[in-house]
Design a protein around this ligand. Structure first.
Ligand SMILES: Nc1ncnc2c1ncn2[C@@H]1O[C@H](COP(=O)(O)OP(=O)(O)OP(=O)(O)O)[C@@H](O)[C@H]1O
Length: 241
């Protein structure tokens, strides 16, 4: 079994005539937390969505667990156990917390359902307290916890997180990032994270990539990128750190 879980090679993704990704190479090894940072519109969400198959890459390849998934439909990619907490959380607002978690469970794993829900409640006790409450009435932080919890119900090999800290107070961001650390350390979960909060993301990550205008312009360990003067000037100076 290779160390590499996800490999993105030379990927170009278009919206009509607009090229959002201009030849992206990214690799995530088993057990790593890897972050992708960059400004608004750099192409970060497009890369997440391309990994999930919608939109598909026009050129290049996405390989997951040794298999070329570039042209697979999204539901088959999900069945390979890539789960996503998308930008904006996208929970079901009229369903309860518990029902939202049910929606994340895959038919393949129903025998683990109770155990998996309990694990998520242990990770985010707030969700247990709110289990009968409708998703749309939760706070932003609780909705983010639910979005991550729902993704975890799929028992992912790779968890994709798109801007989990967006719009949340620093204390809540810390709770969520601490939970990601626990999942990684205790369950060995591999995480690929898109963030504008570069400081929090790089601090948490083994490695990181910087994206500018649809291209990866820098990569390194979380520590190296945090210390890099260009990264500091562009993404960290004046930020919360
Ligand atoms: N559905 C779409 N149709 C057309 N263009 C799009 C679409 N989605 C994104 N784009 C364009 O693709 C580029 C990359 O957008 P993307 O959302 O991937 O960036 P991002 O780095 O995730 O930014 P943000 O942090 O603001 O979400 C932008 O120029 C954006 O305007």
């Amino acid at each position: 079994m290779s160390d590499t879980l996800l490999k993105v090679q030379g990927v170009e993704t278009y919206y009509g005539n607009i090229r959002a990704l201009a030849g992206v190479d990214v690799e995530v090894k088993r057990g790593e937390i890897v972050s992708l940072i960059g400004a608004n519109g750099a192409g970060k969400s497009t890369l997440m969505m391309t990994i999930c198959g919608s939109p598909q890459a026009r050129t290049g390849t996405v390989t997951f667990d040794g298999q070329d998934i570039t042209r697979l439909p999204t539901h088959e990619i999900a069945r390979m156990r890539i789960a996503q907490s998308p930008e904006g959380r996208r929970i079901f607002p009229r369903m309860t917390v518990y029902e939202n978690l049910q929606m994340g469970a895959s038919l393949d794993n129903l025998k683990f359902f109770k155990e998996d829900v309990e694990k998520i409640y242990a990770l985010f006790p707030r969700l247990k307290e709110r289990q009968a409450q409708r998703g749309g009435t939760l706070s932003g932080g609780e909705q983010q916890m639910l979005s991550i919890g729902r993704a975890l119900m799929a028992r992912p090999k790779l968890l994709l997180l798109d801007e989990p800290s967006l719009g949340l107070a620093p204390l809540i961001v810390k709770q969520i990032f601490d939970a990601i650390k626990v999942l990684n350390k205790e369950q060995g979960l591999t995480v690929f994270l898109v963030e504008q909060n570069a400081f929090a993301a790089l601090k948490l990550s083994n490695r990181g990539y910087v994206m500018v205008n649809g291209r990866v312009t820098m990569s390194g360990s979380g520590k190296e990128l945090l210390a890099n003067p260009e990264v500091r000037a562009a993404y960290l100076e004046g930020g919360r750190h």
